[in-house]
Design a binder for this molecule. Structure first.
Ligand SMILES: Cc1cc2nc3c(=O)[nH]c(=O)nc-3n(C[C@H](O)[C@H](O)[C@H](O)COP(=O)(O)OP(=O)(O)OC[C@H]3O[C@@H](n4cnc5c(N)ncnc54)[C@H](O)[C@@H]3O)c2cc1C
Length: 415
């Protein structure tokens, strides 16, 4: 292969990181195409919220045109808030307070964010394109093969195809993620029911992680209140893009052991919700109400896995971003933020390479050298938190569920 300074980019996966990178490259005038396995843009509910930290917000600011970045902030929840650790009856053990600054952390709706990230890329995203392999070849340098037998050429290929990446073994061999013992059944429920908020005022701006007495079981919930309804904000800031409905909701997740989720239940929405109801029966009545009123088609099962450090990058003009490299259990809310941070970093390196005439292989290697340390710090932190909060290590769990809650007044009285 010859060294390349003028290049085209093929991104595999129109998730958070793939779209964020595409936005940045399009703005810089680089020829980029995104290949997505789903048959269309909104076929899955992707019905949960995501907390963006300063890395996620900074990545969006650096990649999106101004009106789209403003749209992400305008439709987001109010800044600040708390994360409460409680026992199963919602008695506080301790609380983390988030900074009350617009650019420190923001909770956004994932579907809305995805629609924002797709804005302006309509001609460049190709749906129904499941990548299966990468080959040398074609005038551009690399050829991407799809399951429909077709192929596409590009100078640079970026795997942003999530935890089950089809390209990982070729690009970073021997680095498949490690399975963990834990899983999450996620759901969403309307925030307003029978004319009132289901979340009491005391928890209005709180995420809550309620730990069961028995190690290995916990329930998380948080409400998503749109700052401005997407129905109002999109026509103003992205008039040609799809505006999600924007009804406020509560996102929840029951954390349990994978062995508690029988194979026959996985993929069966009703059976998963029923399992969540059975396994959360001992929690506070508010928890049970959330599960009972969940929207069935938003039910998702996530088997937690932990990424393994790449030992080798086998294809100099191909790289990977996000969960495809460094999937992590959802403790600490770093997965999506780290994916967005990767996209901003790789985008910057590629744009600089084209401006300075640096070979694209060098730009990619520079990205990988910088990404691996911060990403795997986040993986290690998330895995450690998962072990502490759900593992059998008796002392921390006992302190969190039996000692600390007795020191605080009741936050949510049981009706
Ligand atoms: C319930 C829940 C809550 C979360 N909350 C947070 C949070 O608060 N903060 C946070 O930082 N993170 C959070 N995360 C994690 C975050 O969602 C992920 O880390 C993030 O989406 C990873 O982005 P990505 O671009 O790597 O992959 P994804 O967003 O998963 O996108 C991958 C894309 O690739 C496509 N694809 C897969 N295979 C192929 C193929 N062979 N060919 C073509 N396309 C393919 C998929 O269809 C998908 O569109 C949460 C996750 C869950 C499940």
């Amino acid at each position: 292969m010859s060294i390349s300074t003028d290049f085209s980019v093929a991104i595999v996966g129109a998730g958070l990181s793939g779209l964020c990178l595409a936005q940045q490259l399009v703005r810089a005038g680089i020829d980029v195409h995104v290949y997505e396995r789903d048959p269309g843009p909104f076929v899955r509910r992707q019905g949960y919220r995501i907390i963006l930290d300063r890395y996620g917000l900074e990545a969006l600011r650096a990649s999106l045109p101004r009106p789209l970045y403003r749209l992400a902030l305008a439709t987001g929840d109010e800044p600040g808030g708390h994360l409460r650790f409680t026992d199963s009856r919602l008695r506080d053990a301790f609380t983390i307070n988030f900074k009350d600054e617009p650019y420190a952390t923001r909770q956004v709706d994932r579907l809305t964010l995805r629609s924002i990230l797709m804005s302006g890329l309509e001609e460049r995203i190709h749906y129904g394109k499941a990548a299966v392999a990468l080959e040398d070849g074609g005038p551009a340098g690399l050829r991407l093969r799809f399951s429909d037998g077709r192929s596409a050429e590009a100078t640079v290929v970026v795997g942003a195809d999530g935890v089950g990446s089809a390209l990982r073994e070729q690009i970073m061999p021997g680095a498949d993620p490690e399975n963990s013992p834990m899983a999450g059944i996620y759901g969403r429920s309307p925030l307003r029911q029978d004319g009132a908020s289901v979340i009491p005022e005391a928890l209005r701006t709180s995420g809550v992680l309620a730990l069961a007495d028995e190690p290995g079981r916990a329930f998380f919930f948080t409400s998503m209140r749109f700052g401005e309804s997407p129905r109002d904000a999109f026509p103003r800031l992205a008039p040609d893009s799809y505006a999600p409905t924007g009804d406020d909701y509560v996102m929840w997740g029951l954390l349990l052991r994978q062995e508690e989720v029988p194979m026959g239940v996985r993929g069966d929405l009703l059976a998963m919700r029923e399992l969540a109801a059975r396994r959360s029966a001992d929690f506070h009545p508010l928890v049970r109400r959330l599960v009972d009123t969940a929207e069935l088609d938003a039910t998702v099962l996530n088997l937690f896995a932990t990424g393994r450090r790449p030992r080798q990058w086998a294809v100099p003009r191909a790289t990977m971003m996000g969960d495809a490299v460094h999937v992590m259990p959802p403790f600490g809310a770093h997965g999506g933020n780290t994916a967005l941070r990767d996209a901003a970093l790789l985008g910057r390196r590629l744009v600089e390479a084209r401006a300075n005439g640096t070979p694209v292989e060098e730009a990619i290697a520079g990205y990988q050298d910088e990404m691996v340390p911060y990403a795997f710090r986040a993986v290690d932190t998330a895995a450690r938190l998962m072990r502490r909060l759900t593992g059998g290590a008796a002392a921390p769990h006992w302190v969190l569920t039996r000692v600390l809650p007795r020191l605080h007044p009741v936050t949510v009285p049981e009706a």
